[in-house]
Design a protein around this ligand. Structure first.
Ligand code: ATP
Ligand code: MG
Length: 324
């Protein structure tokens, strides 16, 4: 390790995230439309930050989440899954008057997805500073921000409080912008994303997102700008083209594993969860990237957003089977 390399290990606190918890209900056929009745599959546990933290816990991280579910079976399904997979649940609240969030997804013939979301008006829409468990926050050594979670002013306010506290306590922050294009049109949201970037140690954009929050016109310029403003490492996720890691000193390009994509949902979240959990356990950047690549690849081979999360032993086996 060079002495300027970011150290995410050696801290015993939680890897913590906050955000939407939902169920996903999927069309069973490619090309199926929601404009007429059809066969649906699910409910599956979901929500980008929930998938991230589930994968991080399975990969051996000490993990907790702040989130809200309704007092219903969709909430119970998520609670049961996260708890079974090792996530500390004291930050998850059951909101009696609300319903657990949901997302309905159809797959186009070219593999692209369309979603019908019920998140803003669900239990997840209740998230605010009030639900930030101070005890958990004190024990947090790494906080992960999922950009998709920043859908209300009260969540943005809660996120700001968390970031300030975690940083003041010597913790680190990762940020996956996971941007839906509509978000950038809201000035408040854009300012929030910008604010979060100022606290970010590890930035985990998808290819095109590397540039979105900078003034740069190409990826190289964006990377220079991001490192210049204090981001310590950037891991660009490139789908079936793998990923790139940059920290201003070294650049690593890692190929994806050759797999047949069945369902792309959750790949980026699994990649991030595995990467952060491995780094927090003191694995090298190279080793952490290998597990992240494997977690992303395994996720796309399994139908359902959180169904592809895996332990490190399962990822070792997955890698070994691919190279046979
Ligand atoms: P999303 O937000 O849709 O979950 P993302 O854009 O954040 O995804 P991706 O780049 O799609 O993230 O996927 C994350 C990682 O998972 C990739 O860097 C790659 O290593 C792996 N991966 C994704 N798709 C494939 C694929 N078709 N084949 C092999 N590996 C893949
Ligand atoms: Mg993503």
């Amino acid at each position: 390790m060079t002495n300027t390399e970011l150290n995410l290990a050696g801290k015993t606190g939680y890897i913590l995230t906050m955000g939407e918890i939902l169920v996903e209900i999927m069309a069973s056929e490619r090309g199926q439309s929601f404009r007429k009745p059809g066969t649906l599959l699910g409910p599956f546990p979901s929500g980008a930050p929930a998938i991230f933290i589930d994968q991080a816990a399975k990969a051996g991280g000490r993990c907790a989440m702040i989130g809200c579910v309704g007092d219903d079976d969709f909430g119970a399904l998520n609670i049961e899954r996260l708890r079974t997979d090792g996530v500390e649940m004291s930050g998850i609240a059951v909101v009696k008057t609300a319903t657990t969030g949901s997302a309905f997804v159809t797959y186009r013939d070219d593999g692209d997805r369309d979603f019908v979301y019920n998140i803003t008006n669900s239990a997840s829409g209740f998230l605010s500073v009030e639900y930030v468990n101070d005890d958990l926050l004190k024990q947090c050594s790494h906080f992960h921000v999922m950009g998709s979670s920043l859908f209300s002013p009260s969540i943005i306010a809660a996120m700001k409080k968390i970031l300030e506290t975690v940083k003041a306590n010597g913790g680190t922050v990762s940020f996956d912008p996971n941007i839906r294009k509509e978000m950038l049109r809201v000035p408040e949201m854009r300012r929030a994303l910008d604010f979060i970037l100022n606290y970010t140690d590890v930035f985990l954009p998808s290819g095109h997102e590397a540039m979105l929050l900078t003034g740069a016109t190409d990826e190289k310029g964006a990377i220079a700008e991001l490192l210049g403003r204090g981001v310590r490492e950037i891991v660009i996720k490139r789908g079936k083209d793998g990923c790139s890691y940059l920290n201003g000193q070294i650049e690593l390009n890692v190929a994806a594993l050759p797999v047949q994509e069945i369902d792309p949902t959750g790949a980026g979240d699994c990649f991030g969860g595995a990467y952060i959990a491995c780094r927090a356990q003191g694995f090298s950047v190279e080793q952490s990237l290998q597990y992240a690549i494997a977690a992303g690849a395994r996720a796309v081979t399994v139908s359902g957003p959180m169904e592809g999360t895996a332990t490190l032993a399962q990822l070792d086996e997955f890698i070994a089977n691919l190279s046979e």
